[in-house]
Write a protein that binds this ligand. Structure first.
Ligand SMILES: NC(=O)c1ccc[n+]([C@@H]2O[C@H](COP(=O)([O-])OP(=O)(O)OC[C@H]3O[C@@H](n4cnc5c(N)ncnc54)[C@H](OP(=O)(O)O)[C@@H]3O)[C@@H](O)[C@H]2O)c1
Length: 331
């Protein structure tokens, strides 16, 4: 019987949810191939949705949260892994309805886990987490559609958030001129330090606009916001431009016409980091491994302990955090 500590959410039964750091036991974990000792996790908007009782993310409580985990295999029932291997697990059902990486132990199917790429320790991998994986996938889709740095500015919405700040950093590092859209005017210097050439207020794009097309401004975009923002981004793409759509912090619903698609040939690209094949995740993690030591990646990350998770998730839920938060689960 091994006890461990975990971020734990309980349903109070009155529409409210109790978050705490609780003692758990590995015998209570689901029966899967890999027992992993988690060293690091990171915080995502989806973790905040789960912790606030969003049933589209987590149906059953009590629940051990955390959609990201990186650590070391302690027991393996799979030929692909042996005790001592350093692994990353993100997405699939981790932290949704399967006990997640904000606990010191998880047990998951081997088909969810990948070996840490060379040069990317568990700690370094969680400087990216699902946010970084998603940012990389968004950029890959833009580039698959032919977006290149010489075509003009690329927009990143929700730029101070986890996906946004990492996308901005990766794009700037790859030579793109990046325009950051943010609701936090006081974070303009932070965004410029990450590589933004210009910072615009999110209100420029977030209001409904009846015009079917707007001035051509962006060769590409990474959008985490959805809603009217996404509609306006589509209308503001240059001819042949593309937007990677991965988030819904403003709204999952948007109102659009076909005109930008049929008159400017723009592309709306859906990005999923959760259910895609492990081989696609592995390839993106190999790309991220080359950027783990970038000064701006280190700069945009804040490391916290498990005890600080409830407060930090509350701030993330309210859009008050800037950058990406890693969690030292073993501390
Ligand atoms: N498709 C996938 O696989 C995938 C993977 C990861 C995340 N996501 C989604 O991507 C989105 C961002 O995730 P995240 O973890 O980066 O979240 P996050 O760290 O909370 O960042 C979201 C950012 O969006 C901006 N924002 C917040 N509320 C807003 C509003 N009402 N209207 C406009 N902007 C608002 C804020 O940035 P500013 O203050 O700078 O504007 C905030 O920091 C979420 O919807 C998440 O579910 C999807």
């Amino acid at each position: 019987m091994t006890n461990y500590r975990a971020f734990y959410v309980q349903d109070n039964g009155d529409g409210t949810f109790q978050q705490s750091i609780a003692q758990r036991n590995i015998d209570d974990l689901p029966q899967h191939d890999l027992l992993i000792k988690v060293h690091y996790s990171s915080l995502n908007f989806k973790d905040a949705m789960s912790a606030h009782g969003n049933k589209a993310v987590t149906r059953e409580f009590p629940h051990q949260g955390g959609i990201d985990a990186a650590g070391v295999v302690e027991h393996s029932g799979s030929d692909d892994f042996k005790p001592g291997d350093e692994v990353i697990v993100t997405g699939y059902d981790l932290g949704m309805n399967t006990a997640g990486g904000l606990g010191q132990y998880i047990r998951v199917p081997a088909s969810w886990a990948l070996h840490c790429p060379a040069g990317l320790s568990p700690q370094h991998s969680m400087r990216f987490g699902t946010a970084g994986l998603t940012a990389q996938l968004c950029i890959n889709k833009l580039e698959q559609m032919g977006v290149t740095p010489d075509q003009g500015p690329v927009l990143v919405t929700g730029a101070t958030g986890g996906v946004g700040s990492i996308a901005l950093t990766l794009l700037a590092n790859a030579g793109y001129e990046v325009v950051a859209s943010s609701g936090k005017a006081e974070q303009a210097d932070f965004l410029k330090a990450l590589g933004a050439s210009d910072v615009i207020d999110r209100s420029e794009l977030s209001e409904p606009n009846k015009r079917p097309m707007l001035k051509e401004r962006f060769a590409g975009a990474v959008d985490v916001v959805g809603g009217d923002t996404l509609a306006n981004v589509i209308k503001s793409l240059k001819a042949g431009g593309s937007v990677s759509c991965c988030g819904l912090v403003q709204s999952p619903v948007f109102d659009a016409s076909v005109l930008p698609f049929i008159l400017r040939g723009v592309n709306l690209l859906g990005v999923d980091s959760v259910e895609i094949p492990l081989s696609v995740k592995q390839a993106a993690w190999e790309q991220l491994a080359h950027c783990a030591e970038l000064a701006s990646i280190v700069q945009l990350n804040t490391e916290i302990a498990l005890e600080q998770v409830p407060e930090a998730l509350g701030k993330l839920f309210n859009g008050e955090l800037s950058g990406h938060t890693t969690v030292n689960v073993s501390a």
